[in-house]
Design a binder for this molecule. Structure first.
Ligand code: FUB
Length: 343
């Protein structure tokens, strides 16, 4: 080949080489974060964050103002396109009013999208997991089954404490998994309809000091199961994680992502939004600010935070250093006057 032809073919090769983002595809956007906590209009905990379309949705638990204990009755959703403004879309589901069977403890939920429908998995009564469905990510949701999807006494379930904290993960091949439980991490493979499963309960192996708050995500072909470790072993719970080649494991324990937070309980989610990987979690900072004479109120008046999450070259996760914005804490409106604490 003469020199001219050689240069020409090199130029053609470069021009035809696929770029990281093909023509027409949008370059992922980097979002600046607004400061923690991100939700300050009410108390919110157990953030389950998902990207649907161009927006990020957060499905938290709703800690009631002035509650003494975990008093949660309904679910809100928050939506953002820019990580600066979080719109409260209001109540999307009330399990005690909208089901015939749920009576108490509407704790940490999760929500996923499949074939244009949205499925809200919610725990109640510390023993049931229900599923509600909607045509929109912001509801309204309706009980899909008229009974729980799975309960603590379902054959195959191993649970010696609360049967709570559902986390739904949909793999690239379309198989959906629901992880759930305290002390033991159980998992069921959901059917295509997302409201039934194949009957088998899998017990996840390889987790160290698993307590609660399981969350599964995928990065570079590997599965990451992160969770809150046990408060019963003499330390405050941390968010730790393990990695596997298969969603059902066995998992290989890796270590801590987030240290103890000011609320006692630790509960998180991990999601990629635009160019950034994000760790959502909660703290008791608003509760502590609003109940200065009673620091335990931070445990029941939590609020959602977010920080960037980074990976090492080998795929392990770098520990996250939580950030805190004093102005946002001071100016919160979650605390509703007049102050009347009934202990
Ligand atoms: O919010 C109530 C419970 O506290 C959740 O289910 C646990 O994960 C812990 O955050």
């Amino acid at each position: 080949m003469n020199r001219f032809l050689c240069i020409l073919s090199c130029v053609a090769l470069v021009a035809c080489a696929p770029s990281a983002h093909q023509a027409g595809e949008k370059e992922p956007v980097h979002h600046e974060l607004c400061g923690n906590p991100i939700i300050t209009n009410m108390y919110s905990a157990d953030p389950s964050a998902h990207v649907f379309g161009d927006s990020l949705y957060i499905y938290p638990s709703h800690d009631e103002d002035r509650a003494v204990g975990f008093d949660m009755k309904d679910y809100h959703v928050y939506v953002t396109a820019d990580m600066q403004n979080f719109e409260d879309k209001g109540v999307i589901f009330r399990p005690f009013e909208q089901t015939t069977w749920a009576k108490s403890a509407a704790w940490a939920p999760d929500c996923v999208e499949r074939n244009g429908k949205y499925y809200l998995y919610f725990p109640t009564d510390q023993k049931h997991i229900g599923v509600a469905v909607s045509d929109h990510p912001y509801g309204p949701f309706e009980d899909a089954l008229g009974h729980p999807l799975i309960s603590i006494d379902t054959p195959g379930v191993i649970c010696d404490r609360d049967f709570i904290d559902p986390c739904c993960f949909i793999d690239d091949d379309g198989q959906a998994y629901l992880f759930v439980g305290q002390n033991t991490c159980c998992c069921i493979k959901l059917n295509e309809d997302m409201i039934s499963y194949d009957g088998e309960v899998h017990i996840i192996e390889g987790l160290v000091e698993f307590f609660e708050a399981s969350w599964v995500h995928k990065y570079n072909g590997k599965y990451y199961l992160s969770y809150s470790n046990s408060a019963l072993t003499g330390h405050q719970p941390e968010i730790v994680y393990a990695m596997a080649d298969n969603p059902l494991g066995p998992y290989d324990y890796k270590g801590s992502i987030l240290g103890p937070v000011s609320s006692g309980t630790n509960h998180h989610s991990i999601v990629k939004f635009g160019a950034d990987w994000l760790l959502f979690y909660h703290t008791g900072d608003l509760g502590r600010q609003n109940w200065p004479d009673n620091p335990v109120m931070g445990a029941f008046h939590r609020s959602i935070c977010v920080d960037y999450l980074y990976y090492n070259e080998d795929g392990t996760i770098k520990p996250v250093k939580p950030t805190r914005d004093e102005e946002r804490i001071k100016n919160n409106t979650a605390f509703k006057e007049p102050y009347e604490l009934k202990l």
